[in-house]
Design a protein around this ligand. Sequence first.
Ligand SMILES: Nc1ncnc2c1ncn2[C@@H]1O[C@H](COP(=O)(O)OP(=O)(O)OP(=O)(O)O)[C@@H](O)[C@H]1O
Length: 252
Amino acid sequence: MIVAEGLRKRFGELVAVAEVSLRAEDGQITGLLGPNGAGKTTTLRLLYGLMKPDHGTVQIDEVDVVAAPLAAQARVGVLPDAHGLYPRLSAREHVRYFGELQGLRGDALEQRISTLVERLDMRGIVDRRAQGFSQGERMKVSLARALVHGPNNVILDEPTNGLDVMSTRAMRKLIRGLRDEGKCVLFSSHVMQEVSALCDVIVIVADGRVVARGTPDELRELSGHRDLEDAFVKLTGVESVESLSAAGGQAP
Ligand SMILES: Nc1ncnc2c1ncn2[C@@H]1O[C@H](COP(=O)(O)OP(=O)(O)OP(=O)(O)O)[C@@H](O)[C@H]1O
């Protein structure tokens, strides 16, 4: 379970996260939905301890991310926004390296890698060097890396970005599978269809603030729109989901 309270983060004069509190439960998929620049990536980085908040707290399975970052990070798998891979390492070596960083060794690690190779359908690429991997192949390696230690919590930043239809379906299946195993899954997206297809709970952010939260049905009711995309537009105040408006607010 991931619980954030009163998060704030500014970069100089720019307020990226003005006020975000959220709760992502085990056995649920929680979607962080907002237009470009709303503060989603920054919020996720605060949640998994890549950045420290100026204000507020984050707990992962009741472990404080600022006070005990290593213990908190052991409980979470992260698919960050950029899937940087080492070009000379093979897919298997990437996953093994991250497993070792998480304290896995020997047969247990190799067994875990084999399971992920099957689950993510990586047989064709697992012993190839990452140089030249397609977007979908990079995504698989990044995901395997995130899941190698079997974390109870999984944070995914725009997980279907750049994926084709088949890969998007595979990703959705995987995300649902994690939920069905009882894991806490939190992912960000600016695409309403993506979020509505997957999420049990949606947290909508705009201008670095949570503007609404609830199940898809609750959000329809709150906005007075049957169509979820219309509900999103109403709740965020942006013209269209794809309007790409930079919504980071300026500090007073
Ligand atoms: N390291 C940084 N330094 C300065 N400004 C930053 C930094 N990271 C984010 N920002 C700014 O903070 C605001 C929120 O950015 P963030 O990446 O969190 O938004 P987002 O909702 O993830 O957007 P997108 O959907 O486009 O990825 C933006 O205005 C962005 O330019």
